[in-house]
Design a protein around this ligand. Sequence first.
Ligand code: SAM
Length: 263
Amino acid sequence: MTHHPKKHLGQHFLHDREVIAQLIAAIAPKPYEHLIEIGPGQGALTEALLPVVKAMDAIELDRDLILPLTAACKQLGKLTIHPMDVLKFDFSQLTTKEHSLRIVGNLPYQISTPLLFHLIQHISLIKDLHFMLQKEVVNRLAAPAGIKAYGRLSVMVQYHFTVEALFDVGPQAFYPPPAVNSAVVRLIPKIPSPIANNYQLFADIVREAFNHRRKTLHNCLRGFVTSEQLQSLGIDPNIRPERLAVAEFVRISNAITTQGAVE
Ligand code: SAM
């Protein structure tokens, strides 16, 4: 039976054999590693991964795809499909073993940002992530401070992960072709340096800073920190938030934790 791709589920199925091979080579799966695929769809990646790892999990929201996928993968290994929204999926139900999960997927692009924030909550379980994303999002993930693509997503992801943009993929690699270019990214959890003493405060400061990215840092963070406090940290209060490196956001939040917030 032919499956009609569902736009609202971001269904752009990979059919370019070379791109699939490149992505599998980047993931470099090994037998018995704990692999989880997000959005396996019609199995373009699953069929290459499953025979290597022998057993894997997959999370797929579209129930119409589950039967054909199960049938296609039957002879290849043990595929456990979780028929649900990945944004509601609790990864801790799969393991308690630290840094054991290798999560991969050609993602539905509309959920990539919320998914990354969801995965940050499970970071202690993650070994690495390999995702096909909209190229513009990969640019944001990898962006250094000071350029336009640098924002809240860059800071929060770079705080937790080493980011490697691997290769670009054109629309023709997919059916139907998306309207945008794509790219593959590898994210590997790291120990943050420096560590935010109060993670929630750090996250709030980053959110507030980029809510008003055209204002000066001092104006954006009025509720959190004074100009004098910023200056005493060696940070110019008159720069725009996008000029601030991840470590500097952490230094601001740690200083507030120690010295107390402004009145
Ligand atoms: N992996 C397949 C491939 O490369 O050909 C399909 C990729 S397609 C871009 C995205 C897949 O994610 C689709 O199968 C879609 O049904 C599924 N999906 C969409 N939203 C989802 C969600 N919230 N949770 C889990 N899967 C989702």
